[in-house]
Design a protein around this ligand. Structure first.
Ligand SMILES: NC(=O)C1=CN([C@@H]2O[C@H](COP(=O)(O)OP(=O)(O)OC[C@H]3O[C@@H](n4cnc5c(N)ncnc54)[C@H](OP(=O)(O)O)[C@@H]3O)[C@@H](O)[C@H]2O)C=CC1
Ligand SMILES: Cc1cn([C@H]2C[C@H](O)[C@@H](COP(=O)(O)OP(=O)(O)O[C@H]3O[C@@H](C)C(=O)[C@@H](O)[C@H]3O)O2)c(=O)[nH]c1=O
Length: 298
């Protein structure tokens, strides 16, 4: 079985490479922008492709003829998406269209990574049937990409996830645990919101969830996230306590005072019963996730 992983230099992408390579039943082709930044270098092929270039995408898929495409690549910085809507749309929707078109030509299966930000956050946690109503441009672009995938002729699965945390090599975006730990270790104060509710997701769990989907050839919408509803403030305190750092450096604030360009849905989080019952998905607790991240941080 040949699997093509997009966004392979990203936080999830790097873990998808190791999970699928270790599984040994897949020939892995990983594609990212520019040089390969994954710490795992052998037992797979890496191809540098700009997913916003339709011709390059078609050529990549035609050359490798994957049985499955896991499309993790995206413009995932929410505020950048709000400020650069064209780039956001070209990446999150345009690239998805090119991959779907190429996949349809070879009848490849398709797993698309989506987000809790397709919801307005008025009454989370959300199950797979909840109506989407994004309140920022990033969420709007991902909801549009979901519609592209759903309306395709492909055998598809859409994975929604939430606030992914973990360790990656040369990350282009920070994530919660390392952001809190690095600041507190330098004695810096941080202001953390306690009016957003999430089900934070360990990136290894998300990667394993994608493997379960691939192995079972499952189709449809699947929520794959952590099981605990936490605020970023809860996460920051737990992280500080775990690494024995000074919790008095953490100031509790409301989202309003962050004055971010993009609005964030307040109460999201995902209901993951379907993934647990149909895939055998078993996420780590946040406490276990901290153990795993701590073991990975050099
Ligand atoms: N992180 C989170 O909290 C959540 C993420 N998701 C979704 O999960 C997926 C993975 O997220 P995550 O790993 O955290 O995101 P990252 O930003 O870490 O990874 C996304 C990757 O896509 C690549 N990419 C962006 N534009 C292009 C392009 N034009 N051509 C080729 N590659 C491109 C980036 O390249 P480069 O490294 O060079 O910038 C990056 O490596 C995304 O689809 C995201 O929307 C959903 C919910 C939560
Ligand atoms: C920068 C900052 C963030 N935060 C909080 C807000 C947020 O809940 C959390 C993580 O910060 P971020 O800016 O990465 O959050 P954000 O961009 O909202 O993260 C989103 O990323 C995209 C890709 C998704 O798909 C969403 O599921 C979600 O994870 O930390 C603070 O409390 N204080 C701060 O100074």
């Amino acid at each position: 079985m040949k699997v093509l992983i997009t966004g392979s230099n990203g936080l999830l992408g790097q873990h998808l490479i190791s999970v699928f390579v270790q599984n040994k039943t897949y020939d892995v082709i990983a594609t990212g922008r520019g040089a390969n930044r994954s710490p795992q270098r052998d037992h797979y092929i890496y191809e540098a492709v700009n997913l916003r270039d339709a011709g390059s995408v078609q050529q990549l898929v035609q050359k490798h003829q994957p049985d499955l495409i896991i499309h993790s690549g995206a413009m995932s910085q929410v505020d950048d998406c709000e400020k650069n809507k064209d780039a956001c749309w070209d990446t999150n929707v345009g690239a998805t269209r090119y991959l779907v078109n190429a996949a349809e030509k070879i009848n490849a299966s398709f797993i698309f990574l989506s987000t809790d930000f397709v919801f307005d956050g008025l009454n989370g946690p959300y199950d797979e049937e909840a109506p989407v109503n994004p309140i920022n441009y990033y969420g709007t672009s991902k909801a549009a990409a979901e519609r592209l995938v759903r309306n395709s002729k492909l055998s598809w699965a859409i994975v929604r996830t939430v606030l992914v945390y973990g360790v990656s090599n040369d990350p282009h975006r920070s994530n919660m645990i390392t952001w809190v730990k690095n600041n507190l270790q330098q004695g810096k104060k941080i202001k953390v919101v306690d009016d957003q509710w999430r089900t934070p997701t360990l990136c290894q769990d998300l990667a394993e969830g994608c493997l379960l989907l691939a192995e079972k050839k499952a189709t449809g919408m699947f929520n794959i996230s952590g099981s605990e509803v936490l605020t970023p403030y809860d996460m920051a305190i737990k992280t500080a306590e775990y690494f024995q750092l000074d919790t008095s450096l953490i100031e509790k604030i409301s989202s309003r005072s962050l004055s971010q360009p993009a609005a964030r849905p307040a109460k999201t989080g995902l209901v993951i019963d379907k993934a647990i019952n149909e895939l055998g998905y078993k996420p780590h607790s946040f406490a276990e996730g901290l153990d795993i991240v701590a073991a990975e941080i050099k």
